[in-house]
Design a protein around this ligand. Structure first.
Ligand code: GLU
Length: 308
């Protein structure tokens, strides 16, 4: 309970700062809005809802007025977005999303969580099915052709997971030497592409839509390796009761961003400012979720990339 009220307090103070800071910033991207008026947000209580004041026409104003938000996340990834039998998903991505929603005055029970497997993330944003995607989503140029990214809010890296008693696969270099070892990853993910240069042949790669199917396939011996980001794999290792382990070093960089509609620079800037201003809530979110898993390093909120 104390944590929740602390988050609420931090979110409220972030908002106050954002509202002040946002007023003097030019809005070059919003050419379709009404003529810019130089109103002081403190003097225009008709904008926004309650004590939340955002420039009319922005995504923040729309969402805060509606009081609800649709957020895409994973439902199968321990530590990031994992949905149990009852209630919404839990994990670091879920907590990061709550910080952002909270800064628009949207409470936890007014968030609609939408499961977004790796492959559909760009699509659900483009089609307006969600307002943002927080789902272990690596920022890269290819994806940025279709959507925009706020962040990064975390730096991960690709690694391999194998059965705890496997001494054959010790890193990505072992895959070429063991062409019969099947490697599982997820369709539409960066690891599924990046692993290809280490494989002896195409049939070595097995793709599913979500990572828990890869973990099941490793458990039953249908595949010998699962590859994705280290922090996702650590979640599966910690749930495996000693059955799985990570091997080798991380061999890519995966900066996690928050996917939003392409061109929404104001929303991107708002998200970046909100995270920078709520670093304590961010740290608490990490240490109570993915950061609580054995082997996880402390999270450090990275400097955001400029919004374009
Ligand atoms: N971060 C990688 C990606 O965005 C892998 C994790 C995932 O599939 O969500 O593709």
């Amino acid at each position: 309970m104390r944590t929740k009220s602390l988050i609420a307090l931090l979110a409220a103070s972030a908002l106050a700062l954002t509202a002040c800071g946002g007023d003097d910033g030019a809005e070059p991207g919003t050419d379709d809005t009404a003529p810019v008026t130089s109103t002081d947000p403190m003097e225009s209580p008709d904008e926004g809802s309650g004590d939340m004041t955002f420039e009319a026409g922005t995504t923040m104003a729309e969402l805060s007025d509606a009081g609800t938000i649709q957020i895409g996340t994973k439902f199968d990834q321990p530590g990031f977005g994992l949905k149990g039998l009852s209630g919404g998903p839990e994990g670091f991505d879920v907590e990061v999303a709550k910080i952002i929603a909270g800064a628009m005055g949207i409470t936890e029970d007014n968030i609609e969580w939408v499961e977004t497997p790796s492959k559909v993330r760009e699509e659900v944003i483009e089609q307006g099915k969600v307002d943002m995607v927080v789902a272990t989503y690596t920022m890269n140029e290819k994806r940025a052709e279709r959507i925009a990214f706020a962040g990064p809010y975390y730096m991960a890296g690709q690694q391999l997971m194998v059965a705890a008693d496997d001494d054959t696969i010790t890193g990505p270099e072992s895959l070429m030497e063991n062409p019969n070892a099947k490697v599982c990853s997820v369709t539409g993910s960066t690891p599924s592409e990046q692993i290809k240069e280490y494989l002896a042949n195409d049939s070595q790669l097995v793709l599913f839509d979500v990572y828990d199917k890869c973990a099941d396939a490793l458990r039953t011996g249908q595949v010998q390796v699962v590859t994705t980001d280290n922090v996702i794999l650590l979640g599966f290792v910690s749930e495996s009761d000693g059955e799985f382990k990570l091997v080798g070093e991380q061999f890519t960089e995966e900066p996690y961003g928050i996917g939003i509609e392409k061109g929404d620079t104001a929303f991107c800037e708002f998200i970046n400012e909100t995270l920078q201003e709520n670093e304590d809530a961010y740290n608490e979110a990490w240490s109570s979720t993915a950061g609580a898993v054995e082997g996880a390093s402390p999270a450090e909120l990275p400097e955001p990339e400029p919004c374009v």
